[in-house]
Design a protein. Sequence first.
Length: 163
Amino acid sequence: MNLPLDFRIRAMIESDLEEILAMERGSQTAPHWERAEYLALTREIDDSGGSPLRRFGLVAERGGAVAGFAALRLLLVPEGGEAELESILVAPQWRGLGIGGALLAAALLEAKRCGAVRLDLEVRGSNLQALRLYERAGFREIGRRRGYYRSPDEDAVLMSATL
């Protein structure tokens, strides 16, 4: 998916965190994490050893400002890995421009590059815009978690895409 010309997608860095936290705090439906959890997304874990778990963040940027972000977690095993899209959010003023789709496409590519063979996610059942985005990207519903979300209470739709 193509971004408008003046946007780019890159790795999340520590100096992005204040904008990310403000964006996330302004969203009623986004996961609300502590700064330390976002900070962990800026640190690479060496793929050649250590823990098989790897987390990273991607940012959509325009003129030095964060327009959106994605958070991913990979569980790498010798026969292939699984990845989870933990969060994806676009600032309200930048929605409808293809930024969410571009972040999702970049997340799929990065997960595959790291050895994942599948990307999973969960999304509120009422988030029709996100559901359509995920379906267009090749995700299919694989289950539901009844009453998973609070404020408001609703189901989580579990989705998966083969990479």
